[in-house]
Design a protein around this ligand. Structure first.
Ligand SMILES: C[S@@+](CC[C@H](N)C(=O)[O-])C[C@H]1O[C@@H](n2cnc3c(N)ncnc32)[C@H](O)[C@@H]1O
Length: 260
């Protein structure tokens, strides 16, 4: 697993970032790719704050099933506040690892995992578990960031490079999308869809993905790659002070594959 601890503080920060219009739009794209139908049985691996799980529960309706697992107790506590969805099944939450899913073979029609596989040190092991719990011809939907795609205007490019290098330590594989297609085929999946999901913030606004990311990065990087707390704060202020001249962009990659 990467080095970011999803403790109560970080879990709340992630929840806030994931309620910005940027990430709401990202979930809309993910749900289009999921193409859920009433009655579907879905598993969300690394359910986090439960925002996607709640939206999926409304889509599968009362005859469907939505299960969510996560390692983090604080994330599960947040997700529990969204577990009861009007006109949906109650979301079944459990503390478990992506490497050992607490379900029998062929339990699900669809498995989804967004922004989780980049934290895993055994992608092949996690994919084998997904294959086990998916029914034949079931679908897996994965979304991960390639942190090499980041474009972030800065008044100090040398410091930006060091801060981003330090932040990459929060993940097991900051460039996972480059190899995820190969990993899926090795695990016996057939890819049916691949798309890039870009994030773009031009002009500084607190209600955006990257404004929240600045807080998460500046809390994580001190003590890594020789970055001090003061330097991290200076990095963050520089970005916020760019105001209308602020510019951030990053790509996520969305894979859909079938267990044929
Ligand atoms: C960045 S959050 C994404 C949350 C959610 N999937 C979303 O997109 O809103 C990553 C989540 O993956 C969970 N996670 C990381 N490694 C895991 C593992 N090995 N098994 C289960 N969950 C894991 C973390 O606890 C955290 O909740």
């Amino acid at each position: 697993m990467g080095n970011l601890q999803f403790d109560p503080v970080v879990s709340r920060q992630v929840e806030m970032v994931y309620t910005t219009p940027d990430v709401i739009e990202q979930r809309r794209v993910v749900r289009t790719a999921l193409a859920l139908r009433p009655g579907d049985r879905v598993l969300d691996i690394g359910v986090g704050p439960g925002l996607l799980a709640a939206e999926m529960a409304a889509e599968v309706g009362p005859d469907g099933r939505v299960c969510g697992i996560d390692l983090s107790e604080s994330m599960l506590a947040i997700a529990a506040t969204r577990a009861k969805v009007p006109d949906g099944p109650e979301i079944e939450l459990e503390q478990a690892s992506a490497y050992k899913l607490p379900y029998g073979a062929e339990s699900f029609d669809v498995v989804v995992s967004t922004q989780v596989f980049e934290y895993l040190d055994d992608v092949a092991g996690a994919l084998a578990e997904i294959r086990r719990v998916l029914r034949p011809a079931g679908r897996v939907v994965l979304l991960d960031t390639d942190w090499g795609s980041i474009v972030w205007r800065s008044g100090d490019d040398e410091r930006m490079t060091r801060v981003l290098a330090a932040f990459e330590e929060h993940l097991e594989d900051p460039h996972l999308p480059r190899t995820l297609g190969d990993a899926l085929s090795k695990a016996g999946f057939t890819r049916t869809h691949l798309q890039v999901v870009p994030l773009l913030n031009a002009g500084f606004d607190y209600n955006t993905y990257s404004a929240g990311l600045i807080d998460i990065v500046s809390a994580f990087v001190p003590g890594r790659a020789d970055i001090t707390g003061e330097e991290a704060e200076a990095w963050a202020s520089d970005l916020r002070n760019l105001a209308a001249g602020y510019f951030f962009s990053l790509n996520r990659y969305l894979f859909v594959a079938s267990a044929i």
